[in-house]
Design a protein around this ligand. Structure first.
Ligand code: PLP
Length: 436
């Protein structure tokens, strides 16, 4: 299948090109040229299928033309070698726990898939000699998922840029202790400085002539599309438990809107989800857009659900494209909400007291939207996008109880930290890369 640019002024490209380039030449985002409908039989049997089987079936209609089926199957099965359980919380509400992967956040799914796909493309091109260099700026979750996803993938080197002293020890240990093909660059500056270094690197002609550079954020189709898999799997788990699955509502904690956009495409492929809720913290430009029809990006503000602190969500262009720019059509499928830090904390406390379930701050935003907006005949699923232990320093004082650190996370913290120190000027970063 080919991919077109949402800006529509460049020719379509192959999956391979879309993955390596990340962004289209006209600065648009890549979208699949067709969104295939899955057969009714698939949905009839979906309750009997495993996560890997469902994911492979979905992957096949999207990526099946681009590689041999056993290759695709291996990539999918290897990506999803952990479970994504749907847990009943109470009152028609379920948590889709996306935190059982290696770095305990949903970004593992897309990052692992992209890494394996890029590794495969390198191999068939005989490119293992010429390294692909992935640059990623992070304030936490993205860096750890990408670094772990690409760990040991032949022909790929990853550089994680993060702000010195601004990432918690738990988060940091997940990308500074890995070694092998992963380099952590500790920048004496802010997250914005890290992002600026990456952007400058992509725009520098001399540097791009010297080495092949690519990005691994949710703009990349190979990171964003695989997130569709678990929406289907959530539905399959629901089918096993509920008589009536005709009124399913899915609430998604949203920042750059990659996760929810994957869900919207799943719906377009036939997944019977009645409606979506885009749950925002105080960074709520999308919520404003739903109310007014006007999209007005603004600088982000810091909240306790910081992976959603985004003032200009990059996947908004994909949503507009998917709904042919119709505000009415978008509002028919998606509603919004916005909660302050105080409200997020309140929800975490209340939920812990009444059910014993520990929400992370991001999942809490989505769960609250179900508490407030779910109708009696509806069944709600919220995406629990990260394990609460990843935000231990925030969660413990709020709920007033200890959060146990899973063994997987504790293991990272035992490793030895290894970083390259860098100031925030582009000259020294470029010099460093040119020497490689
Ligand atoms: C990245 C992230 C989000 C936001 O996801 P988007 O796809 O950017 O909307 C939400 N929660 C957590 C824990 C995250 O790491």
């Amino acid at each position: 299948m080919e991919y077109y640019s949402t800006n529509g002024t460049t020719p379509n490209v192959s999956l391979h090109t879309a993955v390596v380039k990340g962004l289209a030449a006209d600065r648009g985002l890549f979208m699949p040229e067709r969104i295939p409908l899955l057969p009714t039989a698939f949905f009839k049997n979906i309750g009997q299928l495993s996560l890997q089987e469902i994911s492979y079936a979905v992957a096949n209609v999207l990526f099946g033309d681009d590689m041999e089926s056993d290759v695709l199957k291996d990539i999918v099965y290897d990506t999803l070698n952990f479970d994504i359980p749907l847990k009943y919380i109470g009152d028609n509400k379920y948590s889709l726990e996306l935190f059982h992967g290696p770095t305990l956040a949903f970004k593992d799914v897309g990052a692992r898939f992209m890494a394996r796909l890029l590794g495969y493309f390198n191999k068939i091109e005989g490119r293992e000699e010429e390294m692909v260099n992935v640059l990623v700026a992070t304030s936490g979750d993205t860096g750890s998922a990408v670094a772990n996803g690409f760990l040991g993938v032949p022909g790929v080197r990853v550089f994680v840029l993060y702000p010195h002293d601004k990432v918690s020890l738990i988060q940091e240990s997940q990308f500074t202790t890995l070694g092998q093909n992963i380099t952590a660059i500790e920048v004496n500056g802010t997250f914005d400085d890290c992002q600026a270094l990456v952007k400058n690197a992509f725009m520098d002609e001399e540097l791009n002539g010297h080495m092949m550079l690519t990005s691994a954020n949710s703009i990349n189709v190979a990171r964003f599309l695989p997130q569709m898999f678990y929406y289907f799997y959530a539905y399959s788990q629901l089918v096993k438990r509920e008589q009536d699955t005709s009124n399913v509502v899915v609430a998604v904690p949203s920042g750059n809107f990659g996760n929810i956009t994957a869900g919207l495409i799943a719906k377009r492929m036939g997944l019977p989800i009645k409606r979506f809720i885009a749950a925002n913290n105080s960074n709520d430009v999308f919520f404003d857009y739903l109310k007014t029809g006007k999209y007005e990006p603004r600088p982000s503000i810091t909240t306790i659900a910081n992976a959603m602190d985004v003032g200009d969500p990059s996947n908004f262009a994909r949503i507009l494209d998917l709904y042919c720019n119709s505000h009415d059509a978008i509002c028919a499928d998606i509603s919004g909400c916005t909660y302050s830090d105080e409200q997020i904390g309140e929800t975490m406390v209340e939920t812990y007291k009444s059910t014993g379930y520990i929400l992370d701050p991001h999942g809490a935003v989505a769960y609250r939207s179900l508490l407030e907006g779910l109708q009696p005949e509806e069944t709600g699923i919220f995406l629990e996008t990260a394990h609460p232990a990843k935000f231990k320093d925030t969660v413990e004082p709020i709920i007033g109880a200890p959060v146990e650190i899973p063994a997987k996370l504790a293991a990272f913290m035992k490793g030895e930290k290894n970083t390259v120190q860098m100031n925030s000027g582009f000259t020294s970063f470029k010099k460093y890369l040119m020497k490689l």
